[in-house]
Write a protein that binds this ligand. Structure first.
Ligand code: ASP
Length: 354
């Protein structure tokens, strides 16, 4: 990929407090209206003109921009791998990383990066905006400036954050616990099943006992494979056999995240359970997560989830759909043994479930 690299001349002089790499992927943050009246991403050179404050931070800031900034609805595993590589290759040169990304799929990308970059000992902070930087009421400026502050924050010389997070609207959230839950207010994200990692007011108050602690012995391990032969099967009243069979009969399908009701319930009609039985016989991984943002899957709690265990359905606990989906793609891409994948789907790899 032909990245554009921009060094921002800050007033920090020769001995800045920290060095931060910003990776600009696109999203509303840097969008403007095109001739047809739709929002489309523009390049980081123009973004910079809108945030002169960056130049007065006591940081060394470098920006790597995707050659073609994208609306995050177009993000797929290729962009995750590019992002992972950029961080891996620059890991020792910078103290922290800020990724500017569209909000629509930010929770997926943050989850994917958390699985790719294991043993992380530096902050990787995703942020973006609901209103583009060129607009007077934009949230872009605050989101970026505070994300930079978090990405450079240390305590006794050690980074406070050692994981992939989303910073948005005064909240720092664990990336693989986050979901975009609102499309038209500034508070776009939350993590219903995990406490916020920090709140930004006059001071940034870190919720220290919920952070992944620093561990100098950890070495960064970079994984760069994802298998996208996966699908999501969302339950809805009236779901019929053709739909369910259609998903399980997709050529090459290896895993299905089932978004079920409440604490993991599905219809228990014979045809539905039979579809699961057939899928299981074909070695398709079946991972059960809830349609509710809060709470967890407890198979067997109700009669409507009891048989799922015998049919090989794996309980996804309190994982978000975003974490479940990217974890399945990640494990299918990096592990050969099905038993190992099944085991890892049920235990936390990097704080994505309890
Ligand atoms: N469609 C935009 C994107 O995800 C929305 C945003 O950034 O808020 O790229």
């Amino acid at each position: 990929m032909n990245y554009r690299i921009i060094n921002i001349k800050t007033t920090a002089g020769s001995d800045p407090d920290s060095s931060i790499l910003i990776i600009y992927t696109g999203g509303t943050f840097g969008m403007a209206y095109d001739e047809a009246g739709s929002l489309a991403p523009f390049n980081f050179g123009r973004v910079l003109e809108r945030i002169p404050e960056l130049k007065s931070l006591d940081l060394k800031i470098t920006v790597i921009s995707f050659p073609e900034p994208v609306d995050s609805s177009n993000v797929s595993k290729e962009q995750w791998i590019d992002l992972g590589y950029i961080i891996y290759e620059n890991y020792h040169q910078y103290d922290g990383f800020v990724i500017l990304h569209g909000t629509d799929t930010m929770a997926y990308s943050a989850s994917a990066l958390s699985f790719m970059l294991q043993g992380l000992q530096k902050p990787v902070i995703f942020t973006g905006a609901q209103i583009p930087i060129g607009f007077i009421r934009s949230d872009a400026r605050e989101n970026l400036i505070t994300a930079l502050e978090i990405a450079s924050a240390t305590k006794e010389g050690v980074p406070i954050i050692n994981e992939v997070c989303i910073y948005f609207n005064f909240m720092l959230l664990r990336g693989n616990r986050s979901q975009k839950i609102r499309s038209s207010t500034f508070a776009a994200f939350d993590s219903e099943n995990y406490p916020r990692l920090a709140e930004a007011g006059i001071f940034i108050e870190y919720n220290e006992s919920y952070l992944i602690p620093a561990n100098k012995k950890n070495q960064l391990k970079f994984y760069n494979n994802f298998d996208d032969n996966v699908a999501i099967l969302k339950m809805f009243p009236g779901i019929n056999k053709q739909v369910v069979e259609g998903i399980f009969n997709i050529e090459g399908i290896k895993g299905v995240v089932m978004e079920t009701y409440g604490s993991g319930n599905t219809p228990n009609s014979a045809w539905f359970l039979n579809c699961l039985k057939e899928a299981n016989k074909k070695n398709i991984l079946l991972l059960n997560v809830s349609q509710c943002s809060g709470g967890e899957v407890i198979m067997g709690r109700y009669e409507t989830s009891k048989q799922l265990i015998d049919l090989g359905v794996i309980g996804g606990g309190d994982m978000t759909t975003e974490a479940a989906m990217t974890k399945m793609m990640f494990l299918l891409g990096n592990e050969n043994k099905t038993e190992e994948i099944k085991k890892k789907l049920q235990i936390p790899i990097c704080g994505e479930m309890d």
